[in-house]
Ligand binder design. Structure first.
Ligand code: CUA
Length: 333
């Protein structure tokens, strides 16, 4: 019985020391979101469990090696033990209960992390090899930096233009993949003003490790000022305006500007070129052709491409925006 007490006491002391050591070396980066709180709690529960299990094994092993070693003059074999029902029931039930408790705690945390705030600020995240773009549809802003107001839930609607990328800001803890052709979402409520970095967490090509974006969490007042400042920028050049509208509407996920074939025809050197349509007729890609192809893409289908792939932008864009896009395409001649 004496041995059990000594081992028990040593395990308790060892658990505390290892736990304190692991927490002391700073396992986690600074906590900067509401979602991080429950995730960190689970992490710390695991650190306690890891410390306990490690101590349990190491203390019993070391104690046995030292205390129960072969004494001088001893020559016989040790006691032959064939099994213990009590021990087997214990080491089945204890882990079972532990796993059920962890599942319960984990499900609770998932509920907190996924909790939807109806007043969340929607930010569209578009990833591409190897950059991030952030769109604020409520304000008509497109940015390469993620600017967020502190204390408000952000509803990130994420997609990819090419391969799978991963949106990861370690300080916010939560992480989500961006998949081409699909929109995934992530909820983040920043709680700390400061500068962070979004990193790509999925190996996505040769420049994967450089795929970083600036994240700036600022006060609500600063955010409102940033929005006003962004909206006040008046672009007088229709080509620049057109390029912005193209980015906002994701046209460039199907149409390239470098001559390579996309889901739709490339825009490089398209203006004033001769286009062969699917019915064999040839047309000149003048302003009228470009405009009509945006207003209703199904009227004239280019040979080698299929109808109904492109939205009818005459329904969603006004004439001025379409004229800006046409000016941009014309500039790519
Ligand atoms: Cu994108 Cu790695």
């Amino acid at each position: 019985m004496k041995h059990y007490f000594i081992i028990g006491a040593l395990v308790v002391v060892c658990t505390f020391l290892i736990q304190a050591g692991l927490i002391g070396i700073g396992l986690l980066p600074v906590q900067a979101s509401l979602q991080a709180v429950s995730i960190d709690q689970i992490m710390y529960v695991h650190v306690w469990l890891i410390s306990f299990l490690f101590s349990l094994i190491i203390v019993i092993l070391t104690y046995s090696l030292v205390v129960f070693r072969r004494k001088k003059g001893e020559s016989g074999d040790g006691v032959y033990i064939t099994g213990s029902n009590r021990l087997e029931i214990a080491w089945t039930l204890i882990p079972l209960v532990a796993v059920i408790i962890l599942a319960y705690v984990g499900a609770g945390s998932l509920g907190v992390v996924r909790r939807i705030d109806p007043s969340a600020l929607v930010v569209k995240v578009i990833s591409a090899q190897w950059s991030w773009q952030f769109q604020y549809p409520d304000y008509g802003i497109v940015s390469t930096e993620l600017i967020l107001p502190v204390g408000q839930q952000i509803d990130l609607q994420m997609t990819s233009r090419d391969v799978i990328h991963g949106f990861w800001i370690p300080e916010f803890r939560v992480k989500q993949d961006l998949v081409p052709g699909r929109t995934t979402d992530l909820r983040i409520t920043p709680t700390l003003i400061g500068n962070f970095k979004v990193r790509c967490s999925v190996l996505c090509g040769t420049k994967h490790s450089y795929m970083e974006g600036k994240v700036n969490v600022i006060s609500k007042a600063d955010f409102d000022a940033w929005v006003a400042q962004q909206q006040s920028i008046v672009i007088t050049d229709p080509v620049v305006r057109g390029q912005l509208i193209v980015a906002q509407n994701g046209c460039d996920s199907c149409h390239t500007v470098d001559g390579t074939k996309g889901i739709g025809p490339t825009w490089a050197r398209l203006y004033q070129s001769t286009v062969t349509l699917s019915d064999g007729t040839k047309v000149i890609a003048d302003s009228a052709y470009l405009t009509s192809s945006i207003v209703d893409p199904n009227l004239q289908i280019v040979a080698g491409y299929s109808a109904n792939r492109m939205p009818i932008f005459g329904d969603s864009l006004d004439a001025k925006a379409i004229a800006d896009i046409v000016a941009y395409i014309e500039s790519l001649k």
